[in-house]
Ligand binder design. Structure first.
Ligand code: NCD
Ligand code: ZN
Length: 357
């Protein structure tokens, strides 16, 4: 689709979000529309409590998500299954055969939110990778080691050397997405490794470096996993996202946590960016003089990697300033009100997505 920016308009093929957290229950009901109003499809992460480990659970979750999509909007949630130490390969076969699972997610145990049931020793699930390679089910990786003697800022780079590289060598036909990359090492590795490896990049890792978490005090709104790194890594990520290379594509990692859970003695990791994600990416692509590459990153490379058709509809972005609200109020239970703080809260962005309907 040709790029079109007459009078501050940008028209793109409708994008997809290849990494999102919708949660469940009332929180899910509040956040699904933020994604569905812009994205045609989204890979939904399975780290609920308890996690999605069966075909039935994935089908039921998909139904709950679909029932939260506002009327008149076409949106397809793409479901994933959560790998555990002893997940049966029959579950993977069945879920893949019935076209319920689009991919399987590897969380190293205790690496991030709701990952305590994750994999304790990666080599123990090599038989699972063998099956996934055979049936063509992509592996989505939270690429961080959890060893306490590894510095938190080095966890991604160490994971690549210690685990990802051997996995790709041993299973050359396995399709792998290194999710939410945060380092120049990941950029370098992904663009030089096999064509079966790709990476998602979040809007927040393109905007912030690790200083954001400590600006004038401790700011949990900017705490996510993997944590934002040094400035030179942010620059490498911006180059990668805007490079036009098909191995890099959009995955917001929008991860809503209620204000009360972010602001506690042990605040949760995750940034809620779904509501202004496309605007946030557009800002970066404009700053990098690469608006002509936004469509590839947002609407083409991911679908191509997953072997899915490109979306037919298009979406318009208008170049006008908008101020992002400080917070969204949620009515959790009667009388108890909680909030979600969106990424870019209180800032202004230069683009606005025009409603599709
Ligand atoms: C995610 C979440 O809250 O589910 N948190 C995050 O900081 N990104 C989990 C994840 O993707 O690591
Ligand atoms: Zn995530």
């Amino acid at each position: 689709m040709p790029l079109n920016i007459p009078q501050g308009h940008l028209t793109l093929r409708q994008p997809d979000d290849w990494h999102v957290h919708f949660r469940d229950g009332s929180l899910m009901k509040s956040v699904v529309s933020s994604t569905a109003r812009v994205f045609r499809r989204a890979i939904v992460m399975p780290n609920l409590s308890p996690p999605i480990t069966t075909v039935e659970a994935a089908i039921a979750y998909r139904e709950r998500i679909l029932s939260s999509v506002p009327k008149g909007i076409s949106f397809s949630p793409l479901m994933t299954v959560y790998l555990t130490d002893n997940l049966s390969v029959n579950v993977l076969r069945e879920g893949s055969q019935k076209a319920v699972f689009t991919a399987a997610k590897l969380y190293p145990a205790n690496a991030t939110t709701n990952s305590s049931m994750g994999v304790t020793k990666i080599t123990n699930i090599y038989s699972i990778f063998e099956t996934m390679e055979e049936i063509g089910l992509p592996l989505l990786v939270h690429g961080e080691v959890t060893d306490l003697d590894v510095d938190i800022y080095d966890r991604e780079a160490v994971f690549i050397d210690k685990y990802l590289s051997p996995i790709l060598e041993r299973f050359p036909k396995l399709r792998v997405v290194l999710e939410h990359i945060t380092t120049e090492q990941a950029v370098q590795f992904v663009q030089t490794a096999s064509e079966n490896l790709a990476a998602t990049i979040t809007p927040h890792h393109l905007h912030i470096n690790r200083n954001a978490m400590f600006l004038g005090g401790l700011r949990s709104d900017f705490y996510c996993l993997p944590v934002a790194k040094r400035e030179r890594h942010r620059i490498a990520l911006r180059k990668a996202a805007t490079s036009g290379k098909p191995c890099f594509f959009l995955g917001t990692d929008s991860a809503p946590h209620l204000r009360s859970s972010k602001e506690s003695s042990c605040g949760c990791a995750g940034i809620f960016n779904a509501h202004y994600a496309l605007e946030s990416y557009a800002e970066v692509f404009e700053e990098e003089n690469a608006l002509d590459r936004l469509e590839g990153f947002a609407s083409v490379h991911g679908a191509a990697f997953y072997g899915m058709p490109l979306n037919e509809d298009s979406i318009n972005l208008k170049r006008v300033f908008q101020v992002i609200p400080e917070r969204f109020a949620l009515q959790e239970e009667a009388e108890k009100i909680d909030h979600l703080v969106p990424f870019h809260a209180g800032e202004s962005l230069r683009w606005v997505v025009e409603p599709m309907v």
